[in-house]
Design a protein around this ligand. Sequence first.
Ligand SMILES: O=C[C@H](O)[C@H](O)[C@H](O)COP(=O)(O)O
Length: 238
Amino acid sequence: MSMDGIQAGKKAAAIEAVNNHIKDNYIVGIGSGTTVVSAVDRIAERVKEEKLKLVCIPTSFQAKQLIIDNNLVLGTLEQYPELDVAIDGADEVDIDLVCIKGGGGCLTQEKIIAGCARELILIADARKDVETLGTTWTKGVPIEVVGMAYKPVLLQIMKTLGGTAQLRMASKKMGPVVTDNGNFIIDWIFDKPGNWKDINTTLQLIPGVVETGLFVNMAKYAYFGQPDGSVGVKHAQG
Ligand SMILES: O=C[C@H](O)[C@H](O)[C@H](O)COP(=O)(O)O
């Protein structure tokens, strides 16, 4: 898939999801990443054209900037602890709509916002629509960890679950990536897919782990855009 094709797919998925799931007077969670940029563009367009009254709650520093730059109304969880919908990207989504998030390091606030929303809607290009996790996304599961605990956590993950866990290093700064919450990220490359609910619980129980990039039973719909602009929609069972 060409870069243009990927971009076209992201945009198409974002537009269709915003058209179908954003309604007047909604409190909307704004996810993070490149695909969400197109969603916020479309939200801003609809607010202008249809005079929608929305409040947008960000999942990251990037999302907050997107909301402000597009002149949307910015809110916080303190003001609006219950959201109507959250729209967010994903690094890979399996057949049960279990997904990996955090490729851009924003998983913790994303999961909090998703947990407060009635509906989590995923938007992605079609490469990310897979049967089992680890098919096209080979960078593993991002796990946010308190800085001083990164080494024991990393060792514990490999001992308990196998695979390879490594500290994510920054590219334009010496040392590790530091999240919006002041923590580090461990990327865990798993050997094979498993029971993601159990794996997620195991990871969360390791002291020092803040949150994992495994989103299990959270997404309600996933929109996958193709290079030709067509969009496939998947709905969670149950
Ligand atoms: O940390 C980043 C987020 O979880 C993103 O939503 C995820 O990485 C997908 O990003 P993109 O839309 O850029 O592929």
